[in-house]
Design a protein around this ligand. Structure first.
Ligand code: CAO
Length: 488
């Protein structure tokens, strides 16, 4: 068998080289180092370097933040794919490994166009290449070994133990490529539930979001924002980038793990704040306090109360009788209380001791918001936005997904992007929410199943055409005996 063209890292040498070049080192030793090297000594003295000039390249042509980073993407469903898509947006090369003939289960879930990959899949797997490999097939394992040597980061969100059952244990991976970072999403961290499979809403419930969402008199509610899946994917991406940075100093990979329960709790931390405050007395900014309803032992559901120190609520706007989204969020921010009073025709509230100060208003919040609503009901949510912003009053229209899809400003910033796909045609996706001046994001369509199998095996892993043909016949990259092209 021909040797693969993979440039397998020699860990020790690389570590040495990288530590020498390390940014952190350079910063730590800056004065001495700068004096020694006239090329990097700045004009302003004391041995500090000249500040780097701004990029001279046109917008978006200064490279990409994660260019050169290769991701072995073993993710599926939502949490893992969110993470790797973000890394792809930043310029990493994501090689998505999928089961031959099957692929990520979401390709076929919630299908809207017959025979085409679903939006569930396409919107979470842009900027990736797809290779089909049966990871339990002996030849598949061999290919994976080359990929592990070839890549910098393995990302997975299988059920607990699944990666080990494939033979891809940490010990094996670390031995095969000591520089590799292995990043995982699991439902729970170590503890009583560590072996459980977890989906979005389980995480929202276990992370404290559901018990604190909804109305006091109703059951717990999950939120439409996928804080368990996409939220944890985002956390994992941060962990991976941090591990890559640390690897510049150590030359060594490490394991990065994010539990969905932990990710949700991190996003719900203000509720853990309130849990502790509760031991010192009632939560006065919750409207139930003003309504005289006593608190129990745990943080209650707060309806649409603001989670911060400035009371807020969702109020009806013009057209609410027929439009389910004709509402605005209205915050009675203390510094602009006078403007609010003038606007809603209650100038006397500015001096009335029952309304003039934030503590005086707390027991009357329901009445205050009902009064403000009488004013907002006479305006559309966009008129409320325009008028209130002229007075620095923080408000926000409740935008429907239809309005967001059609919003020109979100298109202009490439937050909402239209992508063309060979089998489903044009679709909208969410672009990179993180904007960088020297690392522009090109949003690319998701790959077809196995679209890049041949390219990766031959051009990158060094298999010859004959070897590729043999692999195809082995069943390692095709669904039980079928040709790879049929799988795609
Ligand atoms: N070749 C061969 N086998 C493959 C393969 C490949 N390329 N890719 C996956 N498989 C196999 C796995 O090895 C596993 O087999 P075993 O159980 O026999 O070892 C099997 O496919 C199923 O993997 P899974 O258990 O991860 O998938 P599932 O559909 O049963 O569970 C999920 C899905 C999401 C509940 C589970 O993966 C999980 O809990 N993940 C961690 C938490 C998470 O990310 N949840 C968010 C999901 S998004 O809402």
């Amino acid at each position: 068998m021909a040797r693969p063209k993979v440039a397998v890292a020699k860990p020790k040498k690389i570590a040495k080289r990288i530590v020498k070049k390390s940014v952190v080192r350079a910063v730590t030793n800056r004065p001495a180092q700068m004096k020694a090297d006239p090329k990097v000594t700045g004009p302003h003295d004391e041995g500090w370097p000249e500040l780097p000039p701004p990029s001279t390249k046109p917008w978006g042509e200064a490279g990409k933040a994660l260019e050169g980073v290769r991701i072995l993407d073993f993710t599926h469903v939502q949490s893992g794919p969110t993470c790797t898509q973000l890394l792809g947006y930043m310029g990493a090369d994501c090689i998505k490994v999928e089961r031959p003939g099957v692929g990520d289960i979401t390709r076929g879930q919630l299908r809207d166009v017959k025979g085409a990959d679903s939006l569930y899949f396409t919107m979470l797997n842009g900027n990736k290449r797809s290779i089909t490999i049966d990871s339990k097939h002996p030849k598949g394992k061999e290919i994976l070994e080359r990929l592990i040597q070839h890549c910098d980061v393995l990302v997975e969100n299988f059920a607990p133990g699944a990666l080990d059952r494939m033979g891809l244990t940490w010990d094996y991976i670390h031995k095969t490529n000591p520089r590799m970072i292995v990043a995982s999403v699991k439902g729970f961290g170590p503890g009583p539930y560590e072996d459980c499979k977890v989906y979005e809403n389980v995480a929202q419930c276990a992370g404290g979001a559901a018990s604190t969402t909804g109305f006091r008199e109703g059951p717990p509610l999950v939120t439409g924002a996928q804080i368990g899946d996409s939220g944890t994917g985002l956390h994992l991406a941060f962990g991976i980038v941090s591990a890559l940075y640390q690897r510049m100093r150590t030359g060594r990979g490490q394991r990065v793990r994010c539990a969905m329960q932990d990710g949700v709790l991190n996003l719900a931390r203000v509720k853990l704040r309130d849990q502790q405050r509760l031991t010192h007395g009632p939560l006065t900014e919750y409207s139930q306090h003003g309504e005289g309803v006593p608190f129990g032992k745990a943080v209650p559901r707060a309806g649409n109360d603001s989670g911060g120190g400035q009371p807020g609520w969702i109020l009806k706007c013009k057209g609410w009788e027929t439009d389910p989204d004709a509402y605005t969020y209205f915050i009675t921010q203390a510094p602009v209380w006078g403007s609010i009073c003038d606007l809603i025709g209650k100038p006397e509230w500015k001096t009335d001791p029952d309304y003039a100060t934030p503590p005086a208003r707390l027991p009357r919040l329901r009445h205050i918001f009902n009064t403000i609503e009488e004013w907002t009901k006479t305006k559309t949510k966009f008129e409320v936005m325009d008028i209130c912003n002229q007075h620095d009053i923080p408000v926000g229209p409740i935008l429907s997904m239809k309005e967001i899809a059609e919003d020109q400003s979100l298109r202009d910033t490439a937050t909402v992007v239209e992508v063309d796909h060979p089998t489903r045609g044009k679709y909208l996706t969410v672009g990179n929410p993180i904007k960088m001046s020297d690392s522009i994001t090109e949003v690319k369509r998701s790959p077809l199943l196995g679209e890049h199998t041949e390219q990766i095996l031959i051009e990158e892993l060094g298999y010859s055409a004959e070897e590729f043909a043999a692999i195809k016949n082995s069943g390692a990259i095709t669904p039980s005996g079928k040709k790879e092209t049929e799988a795609a």
